[in-house]
Write a protein that binds this ligand. Structure first.
Ligand SMILES: *[C@@H]1O[C@H](CO)[C@@H](O)[C@H](O)[C@H]1NC(C)=O
Ligand SMILES: *[C@@H]1O[C@H](CO)[C@@H](O)[C@H](O)[C@H]1NC(C)=O
Ligand SMILES: *[C@@H]1O[C@H](CO)[C@@H](O)[C@H](O)[C@H]1NC(C)=O
Ligand SMILES: *[C@@H]1O[C@H](CO)[C@@H](O)[C@H](O)[C@H]1NC(C)=O
Ligand SMILES: *[C@@H]1O[C@H](CO)[C@@H](O)[C@H](O)[C@H]1NC(C)=O
Ligand SMILES: *[C@@H]1O[C@H](CO)[C@@H](O)[C@H](O)[C@H]1NC(C)=O
Length: 494
């Protein structure tokens, strides 16, 4: 594993029915169920609005402003006894989160809720300095979680003031992944703005030494181990095979061809190649959903099981092993049958703001990762803050502050807060940095056996495990209580 910044994944969309067909042909006997539900990523009815935000909420000399995009859907909103659900946008285009957070759309009627999706600054259209936003560290200086939370607080204030009937309604923050971290932190820092938060797959403890740095890779490995015999073992052995093959010119040529790479490998590309392969396995662990999905890539149901079909035998020659690895990678990169070649410069999708996240992980969001090759299937990789810091400095001209997030948000010492649900799927490698045990009566953990990255926030489908159905209904129960408490307190005070 190298030190490329891992992206927290936002919600994944279902569907891709058209591109899946050709993929099925290539899989031969592996017939997979197609998704019977309509694609939840289409035809949501929302309005797009903009709100003038301060570039810097925390100083008084800089008076520049920018437009923050937000979306509103109020079809089910009731001024009498209703609520406002605020999606605390993370590192990507907000329309995409809006389209894909099916859970919010599904509970809107029951909670008589107005849905608001607020875009995170420096992502989507909410660029403080337009095209110059990523130009240098001066322009990036206002990309912090604190500024983003302040944007949300200002936006809520604005909505309360300008929408008749919204002034006296309870607001609930909802988010997944980094957005889930923001939802939790928003409740902690602005408890007067929101009555509670649903933080789905939010690794708020993936910082400093709050959790072991190897836990993420361990969970990834466990997912592969459970998904097929000798699958994790085959992957563990593949690194040595790559090292041996790449030690000769002929071997490099052979690898380029066997892996169907877009451009020829040079020996200095090998660590990058191994990083790219590792990242593929990590991404698969996050999106190991029980149904076909299409976000990073179109993928079959339970994609790791499909990948593991090709990785049943670790005791084969290096060349056979690598040919099998190619078949496995091809599930991730070519399920649609559209890929001409595999491009080791690409793992994720352009819908994610990878530049912004790279900067954030080089400043506040410093998440230590490591691997030891024993508890996990990866090559040994030690967390080296100094090297990480140097790399950040050469890329962005800034150095990370690894202690700041825990200083700011309390690390594990958060029991003075209230009304936060932390939900996690046990397949999701990010659950390792999440809150998976109740902290108090009102800081509660919901664990979802068989769930990958924020499965609970996705639209429901016929393939959802019963565990996620239960989780969603528990989440609604908590939210209803927060809303009822809010109205009860309001009555008492009047
Ligand atoms: C969208 O919602 C607005 C009200 O919020 C409503 O007037 C309009 O008819 C809706 N459009 C569709 C296509 O449902
Ligand atoms: C979200 O859905 C709308 C309407 O269906 C569509 O126009 C828009 O492109 C979608 N956004 C993304 C990022 O997929
Ligand atoms: C692979 O070989 C090792 C060592 O020879 C052996 O212990 C292991 O059981 C073999 N695994 C399989 C799946 O054949
Ligand atoms: C992707 O799949 C298609 C259809 O099976 C195939 O023609 C193509 O060669 C594959 N691409 C790669 C890189 O293997
Ligand atoms: C590989 O991906 C990089 C980064 O997105 C892109 O610039 C390049 O053109 C791609 N190469 C091919 C052959 O598609
Ligand atoms: C949390 O509390 C423990 C015990 O008092 C302390 O050692 C630790 O530094 C605290 N962490 C933070 C982030 O304040």
């Amino acid at each position: 594993m190298g030190c490329r910044a891992l992206l927290l994944l936002p919600l994944l969309s279902l569907g891709a029915a058209t591109t899946i067909r050709s993929g099925l042909k290539t899989l031969g006997s592996l017939r997979l169920p197609t998704n019977p539900t309509s694609d939840p990523a289409v035809a949501h009815n929302y309005s797009v609005l903009y709100f003038q935000q301060k570039v810097d909420h925390f100083g008084f000399s800089d008076t520049r402003t920018f437009k923050q995009r937000y979306l509103i859907a109020d079809q089910h909103w009731r001024t009498n006894g209703g609520s406002i659900l605020l999606y605390t946008g993370n590192e990507g285009d907000i329309t995409w989160f809006c389209n894909n957070t099916g859970f919010m759309w599904e509970v809107a009627e029951e909670l008589k809720a107005m849905l608001v999706f607020a875009e995170h600054r420096y992502y989507g259209e909410s660029l403080p300095f337009g095209e110059d936003s990523f130009k240098d560290s001066q322009h990036l200086n206002f990309l912090t979680s604190e500024q983003a939370l302040a944007d949300f607080a200002e936006l809520i204030r604005h909505l309360r003031r300008t929408i008749p009937g919204a002034g006296n309604q309870p607001v609930i923050a909802i988010g997944g992944s980094y957005g889930g971290m923001l939802a939790a932190w928003f409740r902690m820092k602005y408890p007067h703005s929101v009555v509670g938060a649903l933080a789905a797959s939010a690794p708020i403890w993936q910082f400093e030494d709050l959790v072991p740095c190897g836990i993420f890779m361990k969970i990834v490995t466990e997912d592969f181990r459970k998904s097929g015999p000798h699958c994790a073992e085959s992957i563990r052995r593949s690194w040595g095979a790559i090292n041996r093959l790449s030690s000769t010119g002929g071997g490099l040529q052979w690898l380029t061809k066997a892996l169907h790479l877009c451009s020829p490998l040079a020996s200095e590309d090998i660590s990058y190649l191994k990083e790219w392969i590792s990242e593929t396995w990590l991404n698969l662990a996050m999106v190991d959903y029980p149904y076909e999905a299409n976000f990073l890539q179109p993928l079959p149901a339970w994609p790791i099981k499909v990948v593991c079909q090709y990785l049943k035998n670790p005791n084969v020659s290096d060349t056979v092993l690598l040919q099998n690895i190619f078949q496995a990678l091809n599930i991730y990169y070519n399920y649609s049958g559209q890929a001409q070649c595999l491009n080791i410069s690409q793992t994720a999708t352009s819908s994610l703001g990878s530049l912004g996240w790279s900067y954030q992980s080089c400043t506040e969001m410093v998440m230590p990762f490591c691997a030891n090759g024993v508890d996990d299937m990866f090559e040994t990789y030690q967390w080296d803050l100094e090297k990480f810091s140097d790399d950040c400095f050469s890329q962005w001209g800034v150095k990370p502050r690894p202690h700041w997030i825990t200083t700011l948000y309390g690390g594990k010492n958060i029991s003075s807060h209230s009304n936060i649900i932390f939900s996690n799927g046990d397949l999701d490698p990010w659950s390792g940095g999440g809150v998976t045990k109740d902290i108090t009566d009102t800081l509660v953990a919901i664990n979802i056996p068989g769930g990958a990255h924020h499965l609970d926030l996705r639209a429901s489908t016929a393939f959802d495990p019963s565990t996620v159905l239960l989780s969603r209904s528990l989440e609604v129960k908590h939210m209803k209580k927060w809303i009822a408490d809010f109205y009860q307190n309001a009555r008492r005070q009047s």
